[in-house]
Design a binder for this molecule. Sequence first.
Ligand SMILES: *Cc1c(COP(=O)(O)O)cnc(C)c1O
Length: 386
Amino acid sequence: MEEIKINRIIRLSKSCLGKEEKNAVMGVLDREYLGMGKEVQQFEKDLIEFFNRQVVCVANGTAALHLALQAVGISQGDEVLVQSLTYVASFQAISATGAMPVACDIRPDTLTIDLHDAEKRLTEKTKAIMPVHYSGGVGDLDGIYSFAEKHHLRVIEDAAHAFGTIYKRNKVGSFGDIACFSFDGIKNITSGEGGCIVTNDKDVIRLAQDLRLLGVEKDTEQRYSGGRSWSFNVKEQGWRYHMSNIMAAIGIEQLKRINEFTDKRKLLAKCYDELLNPVGDIECLMQNYDEVVPHIYVVKLGKGYDREKTRKDLNKVGIQTGIHYQPNHWLDIYRKDILPLIKVDEIYPRLLSLPLHPDLEIEDVRRVVDCLINSVVNNNEETVCS
Ligand SMILES: *Cc1c(COP(=O)(O)O)cnc(C)c1O
């Protein structure tokens, strides 16, 4: 018995798929129309209802960011402000347009962009800001929009972590300039791979619809009525970024389960907070989980702790951990002569992500916390935990 308990791996994150998703995929396979057609159109309709805004579905979250940037005219010679502490996808989406991602520092409480630091990095080339909703929290989003207005910047929200999050009574994506979501396998809802652009800007919607299909004008309408354009015009460089019916079929079923997923994520994060808050030397993020849907659960270890030892201790007993994320200004492609990023450099080595996904149970959270505390308390010794 003991053996089985120890050997049960507690995964850092995972997809949560049921019978409905599997049946929906089989339905698409049976109909033998796998590309972009009626399921994608339906998923878009469902998302439009969810956000009460226009939506364009694409192949992944990175593609959503790339197309949104291109659709507002970001290109070679432009600069986009973005926090260094994010997945490399945010940076790559910006540099894919030819523009330069300008790495900014973070606020220690929410690990979102620090506007005081961002202000120092403004130039006449700065055209947009990409706030990253780290772990699902949005930081001072009102402040970000005021900053953007003051400096005449477009706002492309990297909301890959924040599907379902509420900010001042409104869903992230249902207000503001442009929000981009990811439906990658481990995100809050999944369509296998996938992503979407949400905005009220009709020009952005029209352009993104064309650009996802190699720039072929109005091909979207054709595909939604079961055809495709045979004679057409192309005015701009496009990409093969459309979503397939197989993906959309999964997404449609996952969206129906959004409340189940978000309630569970919130419950588990609250449980982590409750168990960890009294522990000195383990710091939780400042989030209100009545509103924020946590995509990842991140803690900051005390200064000087050996994070790798703790990761090994947990891994030995079948508990996976992660690190979100290695700063982007450390990468060769983005490393530049810039003002130092003091907080990112100080906080990054202390970050540790604990398991979080809807199939986790409270007793798993307790076990993770017990083992974590055990490892941190005995950080300089051999640790045993069951
Ligand atoms: C997942 C993710 C993306 C990109 O989404 P994909 O669907 O994987 O392309 C972008 N930004 C952040 C912060 C993410 O976590």
